[in-house]
Structure formats: C-alpha cells, structure tokens
Design a protein around this ligand. Structure first.
Ligand code: 2HG
Ligand code: ZN
Length: 451
C-alpha cells in the first residue's frame, strides 16, 4: 500500500518531494525536546496547489496525515504516530503580501514568523505575536496551535490576529475565507474553529493576519524582585499606568543560572533575588519616563538593567528566551504550559515546586497573562504520575492545563481536567463531521475514546 501511495503522491507532488528514506525522514519524526518520537510512512512536501490532491490521495489510501510546519511544537502535535504521512508545509512560503490600507498581511502557512517580521521591516506595521522560536516556527503551525508568546496580555494570541484563512479539509475540499473583510458575518466562524485545532480538522494553507502599528521606540528592562508576590504587584502597578508595556515576563534564579551557563553569558547583575521580571515597552515616544513613573508605584526592585538599543535589548531577552533551549540541553524535561489566575500564581509556584520534589522544577513564563512554563527535570519521560500531579494542581487553582502550546499528544489524557463531558462530546461531534474517517492528525488533541 505504501508503495502505491508513494507513487500516487509522487505523481501529485513530484518524486523529489516525497521522502521515504528513513534517515532523511528521521528529523521530521522527532521533536526538539527529544521527548516525542514517531514513525512516518512518508514525508511529502507539496506546493500549495498540490495539497488538496495530496490529502485526497492519502484519504483514498486510508492513510493518516500529520501537518508539520517548523517542527517547533512542544506538545508532540506535529510528530507522526503509527506510520502517518507527514505533510511538511515548507514549500508554502511565498513572500508575504502586505495591505497597507487594511493593515493586514497575507501569508502562506509555511512562512516563518521571522520571515514575516522581515517583510514588515520598513512598513508602519508589526505582527503582534512574538516568541523565541521565531526563526523556525511557521505561521501555519502557530495558527494551528493558537500560539501566544510574550505580548498576549496586550494583543491576544494567534486567534485574535487571524482575520481569515484557507484550509484543506479531510476530503481534499478547500475552505476559503480570505476576503480580509473584518465585518463578515455569514454563518459559523470556521477560521476561529480551525485556529487551535492542531491539524485535526483541516490543513491551514494561507492566513490573513491583522497587523498593529509599529512603535518607534522600544525599551527592555530586567528587574530583580524579592518574590513572586512582588512580581505580581509590579505587574498590577504597571499594567494601566504604563500603556506602552507590551511584555511582562517572569523567571527565577535557577533559570538565570541555567541560561548563563548554557550560553556562556554573564548575568547583567549578580545579586540574590527571588525572581526576575523582564519588561518590554514600545511607544511613539521613548518609554523610559512613563515606565519610571509607573515603577514609583511598584515594589522597589533589588536590581535593574535597561536597554533601548537592539543589541542590548536582545542581550536581556536572551536570559528569558533561551530557557527552553538550555533545558533541552540539560535533559528531557516534563514540560507544562499552564495558565493560573494571577492572584493564585505565587501560591501555585510554591506548591508546584514542592509537589515535584525531589525532582527540580524550572519555572518561567509570561506573567502578563498568568502563563507559566513548568519544566521538571528528573523523572523519566514515560512517568505520567508527575503529569497528573502538576495538572491536577493547576486545575485545583482554577487554571488551564494548556495555555499556548496546544494539547498535542502530551495533554490528551488530561483534557477532562479542563473541559466538561458535554464540551468534549461537542468537540468529538465536530471532529466526526469534518473528518469522519479520522485521517487528520489522529491520536492528538481529543482524549482517546474509552469503549
Ligand atoms: C517560551 O515561552 C516558550 O519560552 C517555550 O513557550 C516554553 O520551554 C517552554 O516550556
Ligand atoms: Zn511561552
């Protein structure tokens, strides 16, 4: 069957774009953390107009398909299971088209976030979602997982940026909602449904994205604070008083040490501190005065460093953004991507560290929206007890077990901690209606059916 499917896919996409060699396939079958490894029957790299034919061919052969963008996902959603066909979308990379009057960008799914940022340089616009994996993460994958990043508390996650999209459905038909019209109320919000569906309802091929005005001045500040409580007080003091504040990130001394050692960089200050808060301001005027005035109302930092030039700002951001990479170099962590209400975050952080003992938790995240990344080093990857422990704690604090990385494989079994039986049944009904044979990214997102 595989040979026939390979021939059929070669007929649709060209033989050079169908990869069967196990050694070449390998990089598409595992994720960056080393936690998720699968097996693909084939990897196919279709051009955009070949995608419907590729999906039809797979459907006819009864082969499952797994869309894959930059393979930066951290929940295992993009990793093939049980010999599925990987649809690698890197050929969907036409130059983004910018509509200045509408403040919109039209991008194909395989365009990376960094490529969109480059295309917007020199225009009056920026894209509101940003995160550390920008050079490899694709906008299609970011939409499929409803990715977030550091500016969500101001501008929302991917779903808030997607005005329209095109997607190929399980039968190869194409849904096109790419008019770019902001007011367009004809029926169900299919783009809203496809965003965050992690390739289980359709394969996103193009996006129409909202843009925000580019601000002339940026300022980054790294502040030491005595405790997580004080970090939250700082956020409360700045959120309204400093309208230019676009990011408020949190990390701890263990992360600072890990990144400094991994990247061989000196921390900007050496002083005992309970936590670090990284602030980013963007304004039409230099934001320093506004930020300084806001800080008057906040707990006094133990130490601080500021930069308003690109190199200096990047140096400060590195201490936050390189956490993931430094952890991956240290081992295969259990990764949790959770949201906790801000008034619970300090207590949760203390409790989660205690709960995973004697293992070590490295905690960091996007304080502005209560999104913490809890990474636990120590327990073997297959140990699911630790997963249950952490996620039940999250639920007990009224939090969400998945904030910005999706459910993928990693959180499937825990969906009932965040969704009611009626909610899960409605999601299953949607899945069944759009993909009755279950060929789109099986084994992801929805919990396994217990029969
Ligand atoms: C981040 O915020 C990314 O750095 C990765 O979302 C999170 O490493 C993680 O767990
Ligand atoms: Zn994050």
């Amino acid at each position: 069957m595989t040979r026939t499917l390979a021939d059929e896919l070669a007929r649709v996409a060209g033989r050079e774009h169908v990869i069967a060699d196990p050694e070449v396939r390998a990089s598409y079958e595992r994720d960056v953390t080393g936690r998720y490894r699968g097996e693909a029957a084939l990897v196919v790299r279709p051009a955009r107009d070949q995608l419907p034919g590729v999906v039809r061919a797979c459907a006819a052969a009864g082969a499952a398909v797994v869309p894959q963008g930059g393979n930066t996902g951290l929940a295992g959603g993009q990793i093939p299971l049980g010999g599925a066909v990987v649809l690698r979308l890197d050929r969907l990379d036409a130059e983004p088209r910018i509509d200045r009057a509408a403040a919109q960008a039209r991008v194909e799914a395989g365009v990376t976030l960094a490529d969109l940022q480059r295309a917007l340089a020199g225009t009056p616009y920026e894209f509101a979602v940003d995160h550390g994996a920008r050079s490899a993460a694709t906008l299609g994958g970011m939409a499929a997982t409803n990715a977030g990043g550091s500016q969500v508390f101001r501008h929302g996650a991917m779903r808030a940026q997607v005005i329209g999209l095109e997607a190929v459905l399980a039968d190869g038909s194409v849904v096109t909602r790419t008019s770019g019209l902001i007011k367009d109320n004809v029926g169900y919000d299919l783009p809203g449904l496809l965003v965050g569906s992690e390739g289980t309802l359709g394969v996103i091929t193009e996006l129409v994205l909202r843009l925000i005005p580019r601000r002339a001045h940026r300022l980054t500040g790294l502040l030491g604070v005595a405790s997580t409580e004080q970090a939250v007080e700082l956020l409360a003091a700045l959120r309204d008083r400093v309208p230019s504040l676009v990011a408020c990130e949190l990390f701890f001394p263990e992360g600072m040490e890990l990144v400094s050692a991994h990247r061989q960089v000196e921390p900007p200050f050496r002083i005992e501190t309970g936590a670090y808060v990284l602030l980013e301001c963007a304004g039409d005027e230099p934001p320093l005065d506004e930020l300084a005035a806001g800080l008057e109302h906040a707990p006094r930092p133990t130490a601080e460093a500021f930069a308003d030039d690109t190199a200096g700002r990047e140096r400060l951001w590195l201490f936050r953004e390189a956490h993931n990479e430094a952890l991956n170099a240290a081992g295969v962590p259990h990764k949790f991507d959770v949201t906790v209400p801000l008034d619970r975050i300090a207590r949760f952080e203390r409790e989660v560290r205690r709960a995973v003992e004697p293992s070590r938790a490295v905690v960091y995240g996007h304080l502005g929206d209560g999104n913490l990344h809890v990474n636990v080093l120590g327990p073997p990857p297959e140990d699911t007890e630790i997963d249950a422990l952490v996620l039940e704690l999250v639920a007990s604090h009224g939090g969400s077990i998945s904030a910005e990385h999706g459910i993928g494989q990693s959180r499937r079994a825990f969906v009932p901690l965040g969704r009611s039986p009626a909610d899960i049944a409605a999601m299953r009904a949607i899945k069944h209606a759009l993909d009755p044979n279950g060929i789109l990214n099986p084994g992801k997102l929805l919990p396994a059916l217990v029969v």
